[in-house]
Every structure is written in structure tokens, then in C-alpha cells.
Design a protein around this ligand. Structure first.
Ligand code: PBG
Length: 332
């Protein structure tokens, strides 16, 4: 018999889209609450919860309020939080000594969360920008962001966080050699199980604008960060940075920002197979919020779609300010 001469499309890809049940069967990726890390801003004082104007729904909280937020996050099933300090201009210095003060408000927040919820994975931020008078991630000498002296300070900063119970050290500074130095410091101090999630491929991005408001760095920053953060035009360089950081002892790596750099997420995962995270940064969050507030997009759907994109691009997890909203939706 002759094969039937098809008067119809030989392959009807629409067949596997016809019903919700079939769509669920063939779905390739899933987003879970366990994939999310919630970034939270902590400030000095007590009983304070102040909104960040450029990030609708996001707060700067005093330590006691961060613990309340952790309680809510824990109840929602969130398993990881990342603590960023807000510091007013009066708390910033040229020597950045606040950064490695074991009792600074970020460290107190880390300790307080771990005391109440030992099973919550707490991540830190390692960079000097939130303590530096000029808003840079490293020390500035004669207008130059110096590398090696900064790395020594970052090690002290990471050790103070580890002493306070931090599970995941998050170097976001982009200095050379900091992963190896922090790893050696942690090992030397008996913190061999403390992880490092390296901001390995971090771009000099305009999408960080609202974050710099949130941590009090906007007014402080002199110049730009292009001598240490990556050029958005580069892609191969991201692979070299990831290779370097993994070889120095990073356990996990990050691509940042997220959505505009999904190609980098995919390349990093394909090349190394290491745990790969994306940071859906403040500007990405603010764009979705602003459009939704104008009634131009459906916030819930765009939020979920944008996060699914990270899974599709092979990320293991995402840092996102939407984390509690996603958890609430998934629980509800
Ligand atoms: C700085 C740091 C930045 C972010 C996290 N850590 C901003 C910057 O590099 O200036 C941005 C996060 C966001 O935009 O949500 N160490």
C-alpha cells in the first residue's frame, strides 16, 4: 500500500496543546518556591518599615521587622533570604569599617533570622558599596578602585557574616581574586561548610537604579562601576569569570541582571553544569510594577512568565523581589 498522501499537516504540534491536562503532561519546566531567594533590605532603628519609592511593595526594615518578614516568609514556604544593608550617608565612611563590624545591622539581621529559623538559608552581600562614602564596591585611591586592599576587607566582611551564622556568602563586588581569598578565610576559620554564591557575571547595568535608592547609594556614587563590572557587550568574558570563580572555590554562580542576560545563563549552565542563579534585579522588578500599576500588563502573569523564563534558560534558582508574591500565589 502506498503511504497515505497526507492532505493534512504531517505533524500537528497543536495536538499537545489542546487541553490543560495535555499541556501539563508535556510541560518542560516548573517553577517552585524552593527555587527562590528573597532579597530583603535592613536598616538601623527599631519598629521601622519604610517603603522604597522606586520599588513598589519593597520595604527597608529594622532588624526586628526583618525577623517578622522572615516569619511570614517561612510560613509561606520560602527557604532562602538575602540580606542587604541600607546605610544613610552619616553611616558611611572612607575606610568602610562598618562592613566587617560583627554587630552591624546586616549581621544582626542574619543572626536573628538564624536564631529563629535555623532551617532558613540566609545569604549575605559582600561588597563595600553599602558602607563606602563614595558608593563604590571597593576602596577608592586617587580616583582608582583598588583591587587587592579591597579583597582583604571583603574577607573580613565575609568572616563576620559567617560568624553570625550566614549560610551563603554572596560576593557582589567583582574584584579579582576575592573568591579564593574568601574561601581560604572561611576554611581557616573553620567554616568549611559555608557556601559562596559568586556574582560571577555581573554587568555594569543601568537596571540597578532602584536598588541604589534602596541601599542609600544613589546620592553617594561618584562615577560609574565600569572598571570592575562587565561590559554588556560581552559574553565569552562571562564564561572566563565563571571558570575562574569556580576554580577559586565558588559553590554556585550568578548572572546579573537576569532577563536581559538569559543568553548568558544558558551558556554558563551548558559550559559548566554548576548551580546557576540569576538575579532579577531592581530595575526589572520596577518595570513590571510600573507597567502593572498603569494597567498596561497583568502583573501576576508577567511575574510568573518572567520567572519561568529563568527556568527555561536553565537557571537553578532566582533572586527576586517577587518571592513572597510567588509563594503566596502558589500556596493559594
Ligand atoms: C552592589 C550590588 C548592586 C546590586 C546588588 N549588589 C548594585 C550595584 O552593583 O551597584 C543590585 C541589585 C538590584 O538592582 O536589585 N554590590
Amino acid at each position: 500500500m502506498n503511504p497515505v498522501q497526507a492532505p493534512y499537516p504531517a505533524t500537528r504540534l497543536r495536538r499537545t496543546r489542546v487541553t490543560p491536562a495535555v499541556r501539563a503532561l508535556v510541560r518542560e519546566n516548573a517553577l517552585e518556591v524552593g527555587d527562590l531567594i528573597w532579597p530583603v533590605f535592613v536598616r538601623s532603628g527599631e519598629g521601622i518599615e519604610e517603603p522604597v519609592p522606586s520599588m513598589p511593595g519593597v520595604m527597608r526594615r529594622s532588624v526586628d521587622k526583618v525577623v517578622e518578614a522572615a516569619t511570614e516568609a517561612h510560613a509561606l514556604g520560602l527557604q532562602a533570604m538575602c540580606i542587604f544593608p541600607y546605610t544613610g550617608i552619616e553611616e558611611r565612611t572612607e575606610d568602610c569599617a562598618g562592613a566587617w563590624d560583627p554587630k552591624n545591622h546586616a549581621n544582626r539581621a542574619i543572626a536573628a533570622i538564624k536564631a529563629k529559623f535555623p532551617d532558613m538559608a540566609v545569604m549575605s552581600d559582600v561588597a563595600l558599596d553599602t558602607y563606602n562614602i563614595n558608593g563604590h564596591d571597593g576602596f577608592v585611591e586617587d580616583g582608582i578602585i583598588v583591587n587587592d586592599r579591597t579583597v582583604e576587607a571583603l574577607v573580613k566582611m565575609a568572616l563576620a557574616q559567617a560568624e553570625n551564622g550566614c549560610d551563603i556568602i554572596g560576593p557582589s563586588d567583582m574584584m579579582d581574586g576575592r573568591i579564593g581569598a574568601i574561601r581560604a578565610g572561611l576554611e581557616g576559620a573553620g567554616h568549611q561548610d559555608v557556601m559562596i554564591l559568586s556574582y560571577a557575571a555581573k554587568y555594569a547595568s543601568a537596571f540597578y537604579g532602584p536598588f541604589r535608592d534602596a541601599v542609600g547609594a544613589s546620592g553617594a556614587l561618584t562615577g560609574d562601576k565600569k572598571t570592575y563590572q562587565m561590559d554588556p557587550a560581552n559574553s565569552d568574558e562571562a564564561l572566563r569569570l565563571v571558570a575562574r570563580d569556580l576554580s577559586e572555590g565558588a559553590d554556585m554562580v550568578m548572572v546579573k541582571p537576569g532577563l536581559p542576560y538569559l543568553d548568558i545563563c544558558r551558556r554558563v549552565k551548558d559550559a559548566f553544569g554548576a548551580p546557576t542563579f540569576a538575579y532579577q534585579v531592581s530595575g526589572e522588578f520596577a518595570m513590571i510594577k510600573a507597567a502593572a500599576q498603569n494597567g498596561w500588563i497583568d502583573e501576576e502573569r508577567v511575574m510568573l512568565e518572567s520567572l519561568m523564563a529563568f527556568k527555561r534558560a536553565s537557571c537553578d534558582g532566582v533572586l527576586t523581589y517577587f518571592a513572597p508574591d510567588v509563594a503566596r500565589l502558589m500556596n493559594g
